[in-house]
Every structure is written in C-alpha cells, then in structure tokens.
Design a protein. Structure first.
Length: 309
C-alpha cells in the first residue's frame, strides 16, 4: 500500500485529491478474512491533526452490503474537515455469521480507529459512530453492548463513540429474535446483549436518529428516543413524514438528511458552521446503494428539543 502522503502527491492536481485523499487499510483479521476500512480525509489532512472522525457502517440486514453505500456522505464530511472511515464487516451472505459477529467487528473497528488516532489525525475524544439499518444497529451497539469482543482486540482501548448518528437503525434485536428471525447460532441471551433498546441510559453520548414514518422500525425507534429523553439522555429523533425504510439515501431526501446531519455535528461542536464553497455530493453519488424505492417526499418532523436542522 502506498503511504498516504505519497499517494496524495501523485494525484496532487486531480479532482480526487483536491477533495480528499483516500486509502484502504486492514483493521482486523478474522480467521482467513481480512477486514478493511476505507479512509477519506480532507485535502489538507496531516497525521498530527486532531480532527473529529465519523465511522460509517453499511446496512444490508446483517447479510449483505458494502462500504460504498456511505461513500457520498464520507466524501462530503471529509470536505467539511472530518476523517471518515467506512469499515467492511462480516455478514451472513459472505461469511455465514450471525449479527453478533457483525457487532463484534464494529466494536473492533471502533477500537482500531481510536488506537490509531495518533497517526490518522483523529481526536480520540471526538469519534462518531454512524450507520444505516443493520449498520445503524451495530453502530449503536458499539456504545451499548458489553461482553462482545474479538479475542485479538486490545480491550484496554474503548470502542465507545463520543456521538452517534443513526439512520433507521434496528434497536430492539430481542424483539426480532422473539418474532422468529432466522439468526442461526445466536441465543436469546446474545440477542438481548446486542439490543440497544434494552439498555437505554442517561449517560449515552449525543445522538440523533433519523427514520421515516412508514418504516416498520418507526415505533421502536420513537420508543427508544422517548425513553432516553425521559432519562435525560442527549438523544433526539428526526421523523420524516411519508417514506419507508432506507429513505435517507434516496436522491429526493438525501440533501435534507445530510444537511440535518451536518447541523447536528455543528451543534455538538464537531464542525464549524458551513461556509460557502462546499457542495453537496453529485446526484450520481447520492443514488448509489440507496434504500427501497417508493414513498412520497414529506416534510421533516423532529421531536421536541431537536434543533438538528
């Protein structure tokens, strides 16, 4: 692999490097599977920086998906000054694993990001976990789940994020399990361990959760948010009227949800207010790996106390 600075110098006058340098590294080996992470950085990135970082986990029902699904968001937030990481992780369709192994890999990825913060130009106290659907689930689990660790992990390094941005995440895995979801090899006790809805707490980090009103997950997400707010947790829900699951990556909603994500990160002090000259991703990038089709565009509706955009 070419060193990051040398790779960027080779492409100094190309549009790619003008936006952000991108590299791929291996963060974990599980058996014979090498799990990689794609890293997007600002054009003026330096290893000695202490920038906020965001780790995007792709969705796909714990069965499929690739890091490409968050490429547009990663390139945008790299231009905004963040270090953006998109880890691959094991899924049922490729490695025949249950969701707890997906969670294990997410925890490993967060530990890797924090352990390598010094050379990646990351502030280890400002790392955001993010993801959509199953990816949102495992992102949430990096904070809530205890006792799911890879044997090779350095457990002295915390995997817990300092903030979370979750797009239509599964939060009540125990309900999924009890409804007969075919998670071969996973017990009810493990399902409970990776069910953030069972572990809502006041000291969770600043969190925003996006969901469409026609999503089958809408009720469990709203219940999670309301429970957290009653406890005094810094969690807000952003509810869009009309669309179903995966709407955040569809072109007609993309700009609005990205702007609200940006505003949330400004509000918690991870980004400066947006200035002119930073464009939204192109339409072709937005449409990649989007959610299910359908649903008419509706206005965003935030719960009381949300000022995320």
């Amino acid at each position: 692999m070419l060193p990051r600075i040398f790779l960027c110098s080779l492409l100094l006058f190309s549009p790619v490097c003008a936006l952000a340098a991108s590299v791929r590294e291996t963060y974990k080996t599980a058996g014979d599977v090498k799990l990689t992470v794609d890293i997007d950085t600002p054009a003026d990135w330096k290893p000695a920086d202490k920038r906020p970082a965001i780790v995007f986990f792709f969705g796909g029902g714990w069965s499929k998906g690739t890091p490409e699904s968050f490429k547009a968001q990663a390139e945008y937030f790299a231009k905004r000054g963040m270090v953006c990481l998109r880890p691959d992780y094991r899924v049922r369709g490729r490695q025949n694993v249950a969701p707890d192994k997906c969670v294990e890999d997410a925890i490993s990825a967060m530990r890797w990001a924090r352990a390598n913060a010094g050379r990646l130009g990351i502030d280890p106290g400002r790392i955001v976990a993010s993801g959509g659907s199953a990816g949102g689930h495992i992102a949430a689990c990096t904070f809530f789940t205890e006792g799911v660790n890879a044997r090779t992990d350095d457990k002295s390094v915390s995997p817990k994020p300092n903030a979370m941005v979750l797009y239509n995440p599964v939060l009540d895995m125990l309900a999924y399990y009890r409804a007969g979801q075919p998670f071969t090899g996973m017990s009810e006790s493990v399902a409970k361990k990776i069910s953030p809805a069972q572990m809502v707490k006041k000291d969770m980090p600043p969190t925003i959760i996006f969901v469409g009103s026609a999503d089958s997950l809408y009720r469990q997400i709203k219940t999670f948010v309301e429970k957290g707010k009653k406890l005094g947790a810094p969690v807000v829900g952003d509810y869009t009227e009309g669309p179903g699951h995966g709407f955040f990556n569809r072109p007609q909603y993309f700009d609005d949800i990205l702007a609200k994500t940006d505003a949330f990160l400004v509000r918690i002090g991870y980004l400066a207010p947006k200035s002119d000259g930073i464009d939204m991703p192109t339409a072709s990038a937005k449409g990649k790996k989007g959610g299910q089709k359908g649903g008419s565009k509706g206005g965003g509706k935030k719960d009381s106390g949300s000022d995320s955009g």
